[in-house]
Every structure is written in structure tokens, then in C-alpha cells.
Design a protein. Structure first.
Length: 237
């Protein structure tokens, strides 16, 4: 029987008076790759921010490994084992690649293993070791995405949320990034993929959830969901 690692129940999130997420619910089991699919503005990123504590949920609950984490500050949630690779990467462009990575190991638990964590990131992305002293802003888009992923890994997460990691990248780079995602999952990391690409989402994930206008409108095993079903839910047809 699969062991649940994350459960989100009836979460509402607002930006001032605008409700961006409405009664959203989903769960992830340990070792799964979950896809959260939807158009731009569907509420996917907002939901990830609520899970990671960056944006407070107005109502609903988030549980991680059976413990409620709703309302905890981001650093506490990272310490428990949830990490987020944000859309747009948000690197410190003038800082070196190495220093950007080390920024990910700021929690007490992660600091203890920062040296070995850095070596693991360099093993996963050898090009980052070669460019460790270069400024992160001087790297290509694909290499910057590797830094963002590496920084998230430095916190030694149990679950990692990837928000639009393929955005703006060339197809060959996307293929390489996703091969690394599968490698991380094979090593036991639970993964949530936030994507707009329906085909890639279904191919890469165990189960999928479709969001439309802040609500989860479809869910199921990725292998059993047809592209037609997902597209109808995706566009609200």
C-alpha cells in the first residue's frame, strides 16, 4: 500500500479580494511524480506557493507526512522537507553559481550536510562544477534552471515542487532537465510538476490533476487519462 506524503484539502487562496484558488484538494504518495496541469492563471503557481508557505491559505489544510503545516512560515516548511523550484528561477544573478547553491542550505538540518549536498548537485549537473565561480546571471537559460534545481536540492528535500521548469528552454535542454527529474525520482524524491504542456505532463507523471480557474476539475492516473479528456478539462469545454 502506498504511503501518503502530502495532502491538500479544500484550500482557498486570495490575492487581496481576488480568489485565485478555490477548494483545491489533491494528494501525493511517497515516490510519485504528480502533474498539476492548467493554463496560465489557472491557480497552479498560487497553490504551490500556499503549500510552501510563501502565500498563506485563507482556509483549508495542508498536511505533510501526517502533520498539519498550514500557516507555517516557509523556512519551517523547507526544514520539514518541502522545496520549491519557482517559475522564473529567481537566482541571485551577480552571485557565483556556488554561492547560489549554498543559499539553498540555510536551514539547520541542511547546513550540516552542505558539503556533501554540493557534491551531489555537481554530480547531477557536472557543468555547474565547471562554472561554479561564474556569476549565475552569465549562464544560459538551461544552466540557470540547473542552478535553481540544485539550490532546491541543497535543502535535502523529501518532496520538491517544480514550477514550469521547461518554460523558455530549447527542446534538447528540456529533455535533459526532465531526465534529471526522473533520476531524482528514481532516487526516492517525491515530485510535483506544474506544467502547461499536457502531453509532457501525462508522459512524465504517475497521476495528474487539471486546474481551471482556481479549481481542480479532473484527476486520475496519467496513463489512463486521454489527452482529449485533459484538454476538455484544461479549457473548460
Amino acid at each position: 500500500m502506498s504511503e501518503e506524503i502530502l495532502r491538500v484539502t479544500d484550500v482557498d487562496v486570495f490575492y487581496s479580494d481576488f480568489q485565485a484558488v478555490s477548494k483545491a484538494s489533491f494528494f501525493a504518495n511517497k515516490g510519485e511524480i504528480i502533474s498539476l496541469i492548467g493554463t496560465n492563471g489557472a491557480g497552479k503557481t498560487t497553490l504551490m506557493r500556499a503549500i510552501s508557505g510563501v502565500l498563506p491559505a485563507k482556509s483549508g489544510q495542508v498536511f505533510f507526512e501526517g502533520t498539519e503545516i498550514t500557516g507555517l512560515p516557509p523556512h519551517k516548511i523547507v526544514e520539514l522537507g518541502i522545496s520549491l523550484v519557482p517559475e522564473g528561477r529567481h537566482l541571485f544573478g551577480r552571485m557565483s553559481v556556488k554561492d547560489n547553491l549554498i543559499m539553498g542550505s540555510y536551514t539547520p538540518r541542511a547546513r550540516k550536510g552542505a558539503k556533501s549536498g554540493l557534491e551531489k548537485v555537481y554530480e547531477l549537473f557536472p557543468v555547474l562544477k565547471e562554472k561554479s565561480e561564474q556569476s549565475a546571471g552569465s549562464l544560459s537559460g538551461g544552466q540557470q534552471q540547473m542552478v535553481a534545481i540544485g539550490r532546491a536540492l541543497m535543502s535535502d528535500p523529501k518532496l520538491i515542487c517544480f514550477d514550469e521548469i521547461a518554460l523558455g528552454l530549447a527542446p534538447t535542454i528540456i529533455k535533459d532537465i526532465y531526465s534529471r527529474v526522473r533520476e531524482l525520482n528514481g532516487a526516492g524524491l517525491t515530485i510535483i510538476l506544474v506544467e502547461q504542456d499536457v502531453r509532457r505532463s501525462l508522459k512524465e507523471s504517475t497521476r495528474a490533476y487539471v486546474m481551471l480557474k482556481g479549481k481542480v476539475t479532473l484527476e486520475g492516473l496519467s496513463a489512463e487519462l486521454t489527452e482529449d479528456e485533459v484538454s476538455k478539462a484544461y479549457f473548460g469545454m
